[in-house]
Design a binder for this molecule. Structure first.
Ligand SMILES: Cc1ncc(COP(=O)(O)O)c(C=O)c1O
Length: 359
């Protein structure tokens, strides 16, 4: 009965498939929560900057946060080299994606989804009744730019998201390719959620292209996924409009303080990033030496592996029985692929032991 009031595209929408809680995984696989190794959400196994939690006791929890995000945007301005009016923060990069749809898109507008990629783009487009046109990456996950340009022209797409490094494939988008797409005048969102693991950015192009939006996050490199904080970089006109549509108090006081302190102490966090990157190298080499498994080169804190010999599902279950959870996929183009977040040396040793035993 109530369904007749609900928008048809919402009735048709499949729920987003988030990572399960430790509690749920423990129940499902008959494990103890403390034994669970989470390598399925690209979280940082080392956690936040070590002084962070002590600083929380000074925060006034009874006052609303600064809706204008002045201190935070000043810190981000120093970090990114952009002006404060080119920056806005959100409750994760996810909230910024939602704001983009609110500002620019209507029902039946077209999004090109360069697959495989982060699922939130097409999910949120579907949630407002947009048309999502899939565009497949090549077998090495690179993008055929000429083909993509043609598709953009034919479809009259309004918007495209390009994650760089891309999740789950790990490869980055060359700036020359980005520039070709920007020149078409379509709205281009470059998602740099994993920027701190690779160091390459398109920020400098913002001054030349008003159709470029960049997204960043504190969830991965800074180890504060639980606090939900990300940000958008774009020309000031776009940012002005985000301030109109975002919830006024979207960054809670704890997240705001955490982000500022994280930026001030980022040299300490760099050490953890380096540990992750060196562990990633070791893991890629290990995979290369296994039979019937292929690791795709990655610029992020995860590696996508294809288990052609044993199949992805078999390996997923073997790992899960040992309490190790990685990301599996139902997409046809990711058949037998699993994405491994790079964990601590100890965690990765456990992963390697399971994989060795199955090879
Ligand atoms: C490419 C990409 N963009 C955005 C996000 C979401 O980031 P946040 O936690 O800041 O919402 C993720 C999370 O996995 C991601 O992989």
């Amino acid at each position: 009965m109530i369904n007749k009031f609900i928008n048809q595209h919402i009735l048709d929408l499949k729920k987003y498939d988030p990572v399960d809680s430790d509690k749920k995984l423990a129940e499902e696989f008959g494990l103890k929560e403390k034994d669970i190794i989470r390598l399925n959400a690209n979280e940082n196994p080392y956690g936040p900057w070590e002084g962070l939690e002590d600083s929380f006791s000074e925060i006034k929890l009874n006052v609303y946060p600064d809706s204008n995000q002045d201190l935070l945007r000043e810190s981000l301005s120093k970090y990114t080299g952009l002006n404060k009016d080119q920056i806005v923060a959100g409750s994760g990069a996810d909230e910024m994606i939602e704001c983009i749809f609110k500002i620019f898109c209507n029902k039946n507008d077209i999004l090109i989804d360069v697959q495989p990629t982060f699922g939130m783009y097409s999910f949120l487009a579907d949630s407002i009744g947009m048309k999502v046109i899939p565009f497949e990456r090549d077998l090495d996950w690179s993008i055929n730019i000429d083909k993509l340009k043609k598709e953009i022209g034919i479809s009259s797409a309004k918007l495209i998201f390009l994650a760089s490094p891309n999740n789950p494939t790990g490869n980055s988008l060359p700036n020359e390719d980005l520039e070709e797409i920007l020149k078409l005048g379509i709205l281009v969102v470059v998602d740099e959620t994993y920027f701190e693991f690779c160091g390459s950015t398109s920020v400098k192009m913002i001054k030349n292209y008003e159709n470029l939006i960049i997204l960043r996050s504190f969830s991965k490199w800074a180890g504060i996924a639980g606090l939900r904080i990300g940000y958008m970089l774009a020309n000031s006109e776009i940012i002005d409009n985000v301030f109109k549509v975002k919830q006024p108090y979207n960054i809670n006081v704890v997240a705001e303080k955490a982000a500022i302190l994280t930026l001030e102490n980022r040299i300490d966090l760099q050490f953890n990033i380096e540990k992750i990157l060196s562990e990633k190298k070791v893991f890629a080499k290990f995979i290369d030496n296994l039979d019937g498994v292929n690791a795709f080169s990655s610029d992020a804190n995860f590696i996508l592996c294809k288990f052609s010999k044993n199949g992805g599902e078999f390996i997923f279950n073997k790992l899960a029985r040992e309490g190790i959870f990685v990301r599996s996929f139902s997409n046809e183009n990711l058949k037998d692929c699993l994405r491994f977040t790079i964990g601590t040396t100890n965690q990765m040793k456990k992963v390697k032991d399971v994989l060795k035993a199955t090879n």
